[in-house]
Design a protein around this ligand. Structure first.
Ligand code: 5GP
Length: 191
């Protein structure tokens, strides 16, 4: 997606540890007009009419999923929670996920009320690095008996192994921008 790549080049910055910072338009301040274009692109890439749930993970996935859902005919957004709170009651699907940015494992949870075996799920997230978050979300869908129709990622870091591993497993994974290298702070995209 050219508009996204241009924005990454203009406003993204490369941090230590292979981290791309895009706080000014995606992860902290959210550029809604860009997010609308991202939502339309996800709709174009995932035209399957059976999609009725969009599953993501808090926090950065929520805005992306909520805006994207407006371009689908009838899709609810569900976000997996990272902390157990009094608001999360009843039976839960639960999986451990290792956090790329925090460097620690945490439990990801979704209420069984909101995901069932009849659902057809599009999973969305902001970044794909080693694939831990996506694998956790796919495991939650597996526990529910629902079908994963596809996984959509805004920015995939192609120099980390998550994308390749998931595609080799046959996951219908589509990324709007794939960064192939960030050596010396220079961002290069896959064609
Ligand atoms: P993974 O689970 O694929 O290893 O990492 C993906 C998760 O870690 C995403 O949910 C995202 O929040 C975070 N993440 C991974 N790499 C980056 C990065 O370079 N920049 C930012 N802002 N977040 C990242």
């Amino acid at each position: 997606m050219e508009l996204l790549k241009e924005r990454i080049l203009k406003d993204g910055s490369v941090k230590e540890g292979g981290v791309l910072k895009v706080d000014s338009f995606l992860n902290h301040r959210m550029d809604i007009s860009l997010l609308q274009e991202i939502g339309k692109e996800f709709r174009r890439l995932f035209p399957q009419p059976e999609i009725n749930k969009i599953l993501t993970i808090e926090a950065s996935g929520i805005g992306i999923a909520a805006i994207t859902a407006q371009y689908f005919d009838n899709a609810d957004v569900i976000f997996a929670k990272k902390t157990k709170s009094k608001n999360l009651d009843g039976e839960l699907y639960s999986v451990p996920v290792f956090s790329y940015t925090r460097g620690i494992p945490f439990e990801v949870q979704v209420s069984k009320k909101y995901l069932t075996a009849e659902d057809h799920v599009l999973i969305l997230d902001d970044f794909l690095a080693h694939g831990q978050a996506l694998k956790g979300l796919m495991e939650i869908v597996r526990q529910s008996g629902a079908q994963v129709v596809g996984c959509g990622i805004v920015i995939e870091k192609g120099f980390q192994d998550g994308g390749q591993l998931l595609r080799e497993q046959g996951v219908n994974l589509k990324s709007l921008a794939i960064v192939d290298s960030m050596d010396n702070g220079i961002i290069q995209f896959r064609e």
